[in-house]
Design a protein around this ligand. Structure first.
Ligand code: ACO
Length: 412
């Protein structure tokens, strides 16, 4: 019906780039990736060096503010983040309003949005102004407070989403523990006196948090920036990013990997699974990446961390199957030709499983540290020269030409 119309009324160049394969939407100083060489750097520092020598919160400071903190800057940042990890008591009712079997990512996404209602100082609509101006100390302090709050509260919200499903009381964030130490304490604390998380697991989780902290313009970060470009408060923008991360092609892949390994069952079933992937009946979760055309450099760090964790927890029963699957895929022509190699999610789920996290909690363990990267990009965009430009892409219209309305009784 009607003539087809292809943007006949608007002339000029319009590029359609499905999936943004070739579109750069920002200039950024935060994270560098060379997908062909398998290189990842935060603010110029190789991810391998940071994983070995830094901590998640020190790296968070680096990503957000651009340089490694001095001892004093680190102490101040850490104490602000930890101080802000406490949640308002009202939020307990919010978590208790979910069904007993709610997915923790649904809870976390909603919880970030809920946080926005607590802090009107972060809401430009309520304040009636553009809030953040480079060089204006008061506005930068307001921005910093939202950053401390979001990083601090994300571990507490995640722990609340975990405990509420188990019918357990919530735990007030402790003092004196590290970021991941506090998180593990809030997750697992059963009331023992002088409880401290296992230091090997605490460190392993810190390394995993650090390497998940940023990865430039992935789907969730792009969502945060797109949402933030309307100048909405950062809590709403982070909630949007969290929703984007939830999908199995992105942050949900670590959960999908374990479900896949369980379905394969044992190493002897690997060849049949590989054949099914090649016939496109199955997806090899944890393999492939939009940017990396070789192994994801984070996957080596995760693999090494897994060995540390297994020394404490014992080997995961699925490890043998995972190794057989990895080795089979790496020498199969289908995967070689398409440059498909393990991404960060291939091994991370095995660590989370060994540490006792439930399967559907895995994407939460990705989202919590990624809050840092989302905030680094959000801050960069808010303070960019010339102010924020709303992200409003165009389409190539291929629908009907003009048609006249036909009353219902005359339609055939
Ligand atoms: N298993 C089997 N085949 C695959 C896989 C895979 N995991 N990934 C890509 N391919 C194939 C595609 O079918 C396509 O083949 P074709 O050219 O014959 O049609 C080719 O490889 C190119 O893949 P695309 O889908 O075009 O790559 P794209 O960049 O769009 O997608 C993605 C990247 C989504 C990560 C994809 O590789 C995938 O689905 N992987 C599995 C899910 C996963 O692990 N996601 C986590 C990503 S990392 C992260 O978010 C931290």
């Amino acid at each position: 019906p009607g003539e087809r119309e292809e943007n006949e009324t608007e002339k000029g160049l319009r590029v359609q780039d499905k999936g943004f394969l070739n579109t750069a939407v920002i200039r950024s100083e935060i994270t560098y990736i060379d997908g062909e060489a398998g290189v990842l750097r935060y603010r110029g520092y190789p991810i391998e060096q940071l994983a070995l020598k830094s901590s998640h919160l020190e790296t968070a400071y680096l990503l957000i503010y651009g340089s490694l903190p001095t001892k004093e800057q680190h102490r101040f940042f850490e104490s602000e983040v930890m101080r802000h990890s406490v949640m308002h008591a009202d939020s307990e009712g919010f978590f208790r309003s979910f069904r007993y079997d709610a997915h923790p990512m649904s809870m976390l996404t909603s919880a970030f949005a809920m946080l926005g209602s607590y802090y009107s100082e972060a809401n430009p609509s309520l304040q009636g102004q553009r809030l953040y101006t480079k060089g204006d100390a008061a506005s930068l302090a307001t921005m910093d407070r939202q950053i401390y709050r979001l990083i601090g509260k994300s571990i507490t919200l995640a722990a609340m989403a975990y405990r509420v499903r188990q019918g357990r009381n919530f735990v007030t964030p402790p003092t004196g523990l590290s970021y991941t130490g506090s998180f593990l304490y809030q997750m697992d604390h059963l009331g023992e006196e002088n409880y401290t998380p296992n230091p090997v697991l605490e460190k392993a989780l810190d390394v995993l948090f650090l390497i998940h902290a940023d990865h430039e313009l992935n789907a969730s970060c792009t969502t945060v920036l797109q949402t933030g470009s309307s100048l909405v408060d950062p809590y709403s923008a982070i909630a949007a990013g969290c929703a984007s991360l939830y999908g199995p092609l992105h942050g949900g892949a670590n959960e999908a990997v374990i479900r896949m390994l369980i379905s394969i069952g044992s190493p002897e079933n690997v060849p049949a699974f590989i054949e099914a992937v090649k016939k496109r009946e199955k997806t090899l979760s944890g393999f492939g990446h939009r940017v990396y055309k070789t192994s994801d450099p984070r996957s080596f760090i995760v693999r090494k961390t897994a060995d540390e964790v297994f020394k404490v927890t014992g080997k995961d029963a699925l490890l043998e199957t995972a190794m057989a699957l990895h080795d089979a895929a790496m020498k199969d022509e289908y995967f070689i030709k398409r440059k498909l190699a393990p991404n960060v999610d291939f091994w991370s789920g095995l660590i989370y499983r060994a540490m006792g996290f439930p399967l559907d909690f895995f994407p939460v363990l990705f989202a919590v540290p990624r809050v840092v990267g989302w905030l680094a990009h959000w801050r960069q965009m808010m303070l960019q020269e010339g102010g924020v430009k709303i992200w409003r892409p165009r389409q190539v219209y291929v629908g009907s030409g003009k048609r006249d309305y036909v009353p219902a009784e005359e339609r055939v």
